[in-house]
Write a new protein. Structure first.
Length: 261
């Protein structure tokens, strides 16, 4: 299992020092739409996963061709091992919403997103993973979220990027057991995980990408890596970047928990 962090510029010197605990990187596609020079350097030292925010696979409007072309440009420059996006939409006919929104889990959306996933993979010529997101409301649907992901993976021949933090947050805000939810996923489809700490305001949990990883998240991580064969585990710390020692401690914990797999 590769151990990765999300690339951020303040981490560049540490990454380029080739720390032994770090064995892969994730880069956010949109951060490199205008300039890919850094990617040519990074790919010399690490396998890279390219993670998208704006393909808007669940939108009622088609994928924006310029966004898709830029996405492929980044994937090519990074020589990406994997590409990933969210099971979400970010655009409507009228506007770019600027954040991830959930899709209704019905057959119509399943077919639409399936076809778009196939198109993205064909266009980029790389394996695609879809990530679960946090939701503030429970949308009605013909399928549960886990069943919807299973169907998408089967029909589109893609994999799941399981965001453990998003799952935990949803489980607390919507009152369900995260371990039962994971058991509904076909383990053969789970190939990557995201992990970062959550924040809490009152009784509500939030994904702020800026907190240390809490113990209950490590418990889920350990369960997942024993339930499925994970290719890459990614620490997704985007804000409030910690000291390098904290990142290395988290990577070491990943290594220890996966040592006997």
């Amino acid at each position: 299992m590769f151990r990765a962090v999300g690339y951020r510029r303040p981490l560049k010197a540490w990454i380029e020092s080739n720390p032994s605990l770090l064995t892969a990187l994730e880069v956010t596609a949109e951060h490199f739409f205008d300039n890919q020079d850094t990617l040519y350097e990074l790919r010399e030292g690490y396998p890279i996963s390219v993670h998208g925010l704006g393909l808007s696979l669940g939108s009622e409007v088609a994928i924006a061709q310029d966004v898709l072309e830029n996405f492929r440009k980044v994937a090519d420059a990074a020589n990406a091992e994997w590409i990933s996006e969210h099971l979400a939409f970010t655009r409507t006919k009228e506007a770019d919403l600027g954040h991830l929104n959930p899709v209704i889990s019905n057959r119509r959306n399943l077919e639409k997103i399936r076809d778009r996933c196939r198109h993205v993979m064909d266009f980029c010529q790389r394996p695609l993973l879809l990530e679960n997101i946090t939701t503030h409301i429970n949308l009605p649907g013909e399928l549960g979220e886990a069943e919807f992901l299973n169907e998408l993976c089967e029909q589109a021949q893609i994999s799941t990027l399981l965001d453990i933090t998003n799952l935990f947050i949803n489980s607390r805000n919507h009152r369900f057991d995260p371990f039962d939810w994971i058991r509904q996923l076909n383990p053969k489809h789970i190939k990557q995980v995201h992990l970062v700490g959550y924040s809490k305001q009152g009784n509500k949990f939030f994904d702020n990408h800026g907190s240390a990883i809490q113990s209950e998240l490590w418990d889920i991580f350990e369960f997942v890596i024993n339930y499925a064969t994970i290719d890459c585990a990614i620490i997704e710390r985007d804000l409030n970047l910690p000291a390098i020692e904290e990142l290395e401690t988290d990577l070491k914990k990943m290594k220890t928990l996966s040592a006997n797999l």
